[in-house]
Design a protein around this ligand. Structure first.
Ligand code: ADP
Length: 494
């Protein structure tokens, strides 16, 4: 059989990709998914649309490549994490819109929970910081707000799933209700060791009967129903998007790390079979497991990264395209002392300050558009350094290099500045579609399409390596300036 099929269901689009035996992407199809914002801070999607869009992209891809089920060795699935769907076991119909990971509707509930005595136990068991981001409070919300939902859930008539579970349930015609440990670790209901925890279920008042079975990220889970893709295909890989990207960057071992530069930044450091505890309020999470032992990672996120570039384009109108930011930033030798802290929605790790708001500081009469554009790109690198320093503190060792991907990783200015400000090499792979690739790796390893992790690791190729070249004193001087800009944005009224 010639290919692995990857289904990559993101927040803004569903994509399908085919990979050949050398791990090369030989085709991709994508289609947008709509988001709705019914109230400030609320974000919803239509789970039915997610499924239909995803299966349509897969069908189109196979048609375009004249491939059928018999050409596909296995399906890998990767997905936007935490997004919550609850549906009726009999009819297969969702009982409410999918609550998207970004949705803040349960923020008050979570703030109260964070102040309660249960808070320390939740963090100790799950590795997560209590926040509306994770699935548990979203499930709770649906059970509380849809008539009869609580009773139906207790009777076993309702099922919960993240998007992986929802897609697989549909793909198998309702035969499989499963998730993998990397997705389950984002629900706030799983003990990081890999089981649904009774105490957590009690705290959130969620019936166990709703929950999917947890399976390995790489393993034969079942088969797609013949009707969907013209024949049965093994479903053999499942991982949340950031964990899939970690696998797609061939980071299968402790000490390897990647940073994805998209709307925000997600940095993950693989810690192998060691269950990490973050002292710096990063998240401890499950990495995709490719063998029998559970695998772990430390994760840190920056809320606004590429989104700062979008803001320059869409709100300030000082650039026409995101790509243009590179040449404009490089047209000046420095920001001339300007710092831009894009704390549009507060600050994440290590500050965790929901009240902070963005600032532009150090502006003089000589400041022009190029300095501001440059300051926006530099802010992405400074925020990443803050995450990496926390990770190194948690891991007790320093990173050798950082592998990068995501939409903004194509920006050479940003990557060079990142290498400088981190004082570490930045390595960009040839294939930056690491999420879909990672899901393919997991499916290919499980089905024998690829023999070993070593074989898969051998596919990884650097496209470009950025070495640090800024003198250390200059770098520290700049970083000190960043820290004081952050301090100012945290105290807007002083
Ligand atoms: P996501 O998966 O979060 O939707 P992507 O990985 O597609 O994001 O990256 C898109 C983000 O990257 C946008 O916020 C955009 O502003 C930013 N971006 C895209 N190209 C560039 C570029 N050349 N330089 C800087 N930022 C960029």
């Amino acid at each position: 059989m010639a290919f692995i099929l990857s289904l990559d269901e993101g927040t803004t689009s569903a994509r399908a990709a085919l990979y050949d035996a050398e791990g090369r992407n030989i085709g991709m199809e994508s289609a947008p998914i709509a988001c709705r914002y019914p109230q400030p801070g609320w974000v919803e999607q239509d789970a039915g649309e997610i499924w239909r869009t995803q299966i349509e992209t897969a069908r189109r891809l196979l048609e375009r490549h004249r491939a059928g089920a018999s050409d596909i060795a296995g399906i890998g699935i990767t997905n936007q994490r935490e997004t919550t769907v609850v549906w009726d076991r009999q009819s297969g119909r969702p009982i409410a819109p999918a609550i998207v990971w970004q949705c803040r509707r349960t923020a008050d509930f979570c703030a109260e929970l964070a102040r309660s005595p249960a808070s320390a136990e939740i963090t100790r068991k799950t590795g997560l910081v209590i926040d509306a981001y994770f699935s548990a409070s979203k499930i709770r919300w649906i059970l509380d707000h849809v008539p009869d939902a609580k009773a139906r859930a207790r009777a076993g008539d309702l099922l919960f799933g993240n998007i992986d579970t929802w897609l697989i349930w549909n793909l198998t015609g309702g035969a499989l209700h499963i998730t993998d440990s990397s997705n389950a670790s984002r629900t706030m209901l799983m003990d990081l060791d890999g089981y649904w925890d009774d105490d957590l279920l009690r705290i959130f008042d969620i019936p166990r009967a709703m929950l999917p079975r947890i399976v390995p990220s790489s393993g034969l889970a079942g088969h797609s129903a013949a009707i969907h893709l013209d024949g049965e295909i093994p479903i053999a890989g499942i991982a949340g998007d950031q964990q899939a990207a970690l696998a797609g960057q061939a980071c299968f071992r402790a000490g390897l790390s990647k940073n994805t530069y998209g709307t925000g930044c997600f940095a993950l450091l693989h810690t192998g079979a060691h269950r990490p505890v973050s002292r710096n309020r990063l998240l401890a999470t499950r990495a995709a497991d490719t063998g029998t032992a559970p695998q772990f990672a430390i994760e840190g996120s920056v809320f606004v990264a590429g989104a700062a570039v979008q803001w320059l384009r869409d709100e300030l109108g000082i650039i026409r395209t995101a790509g243009e930011s590179e040449a404009i930033a490089a047209s000046v030798p420095s920001t001339g002392g300007v710092y831009f802290v894009p704390a549009f929605v507060g600050l994440g790790a290590p500050h965790w300050d929901p009240v902070a708001r963005g600032i532009l500081s150090g502006i003089s009469r000589a400041t022009g558009r190029a300095h501001i554009v440059r300051a926006a790109l530099e802010s992405i690198a400074y925020q990443t350094r803050e995450l990496v320093e926390c990770m190194e503190g948690d891991a007790g060792e320093s990173l050798r290099e950082l592998r990068v991907d995501g939409g903004a990783a194509v920006n050479d200015f940003l990557m060079q500045f990142q290498a400088d400000i981190l004082g570490k090499p930045i390595v960009r792979p040839v294939d930056v579609e690491t999420t879909a690739l990672g899901a393919a790796y997991l499916a290919g390893l499980a089905t024998g399409f690829w023999r070993s992790v070593e074989e898969v690791e051998s596919f990884w190729r650097a496209e470009r390596r950025f070495e640090p070249r800024m003198p250390q004193a200059e770098c520290e001087h700049l970083y000190t300036g960043w820290r004081s800009a952050v301090a100012r944005c945290r105290a807007p009224n002083q």
